[in-house]
Design a protein around this ligand. Sequence first.
Ligand code: SAH
Length: 267
Amino acid sequence: MITFVGAGPGAEDLITVRGQRLLEHADLVIYAGSLVNPGLLSLCREDCEIYNSAKMTLEEVLDVMIQGQAAGKEIVRLHTGDPCVYGAIQEQMDELEKRGIPYEYCPGVSSFCGAAAALKAEYTLPGISQSVVITRMAGRTPVPERESIRSFAAHQATMVLFLSTGMLGKLSEELILGGYTADTPAAIVYKATWPEEKVLRCTIETLEQTAAEAGVTKTALIIVGRVLEGEYDRSKLYDPAFTTEFRQGTSSHSFDSTSAGTERSGQ
Ligand code: SAH
C-alpha cells in the first residue's frame, strides 16, 4: 500500500497519530526534503529505505513507488503540512490510478494552521472576516488571471499567502491596489512551529522592509487582514442569550455586539 501522509508544518510532534504509525511501519519512505523536518525520519525502522524527493523528478518518484508496491512494501510518501495545498500530489495519485495501484491519503496540519498558532490568531472573527483566502503570487507556476491578488483583496477577507516571500514589494502593491489600506495589519511567519520560528507583525505597507530586516527570504507565510488587529464582535455560539442545538439561551444576559476584543501588544 502507498499512503500520502501530511508531515505537519515542522515541529516533529505535529504529525498526526495515524501519520506517525504509518512512518513507524513503513518499508519505504519518500519525503519532500526541501520542507519536511528530517527529524521525523527517526520514527522509521532502521531498515526502512528512505528517498529524498527534492532531488527526484515525478517519473523517478513513481518508479520507486511502483517497484516498491510490486515488491509488497508499505510505502509512505511524506509531504509537508497537508498535501492538499501546493502539494503536487494530484499528478502522483492520477498516475497510480492509471496503473490500478491502490493508495490512501492521511491528512496533516497545514502550515497556515501552524502560522495561526504562532500568531495566536483566529482567521475568522465575527464582524471582521468570515472567509480565508489561501493563495500565492504567481511565480514560475502561473496563477489564473481571475485569481489575481488584486481581485481577492477587494473582499477584505483574511488572506494567507504561500510561496510569495520573495515578492513582497509587488504583493503590497497588489493588495493596496485591490482595496486594502496600506496600514492594514499583516504578519510574516517564518518556519511556523519549527524551533527557529519567527513571527513578524507589520502592516501591508511594511511587508518587504520587515522581511528584509529579519533576513527572511523563504519558508514563510504572509497573513493579511483586520483579524490581526484584535477588534471584533463576540461569537453567537457562546453568547448566553443564544439558543443552540445543545444549549437553551437565557434572556437575562443580552448579547454585547460591541467589540469584545482587546488590543494585542505588537511585535
Ligand atoms: N503543503 C504545505 C505547503 C507546501 S508549499 C502546507 O500545507 O503547509 C511550500 C510553502 O509553504 C513555503 O514556500 C511556505 O510559503 C509555506 N510553508 C511551509 N511550511 C511552512 C512553515 N512551517 N512556516 C511558514 N511557511 C511554511
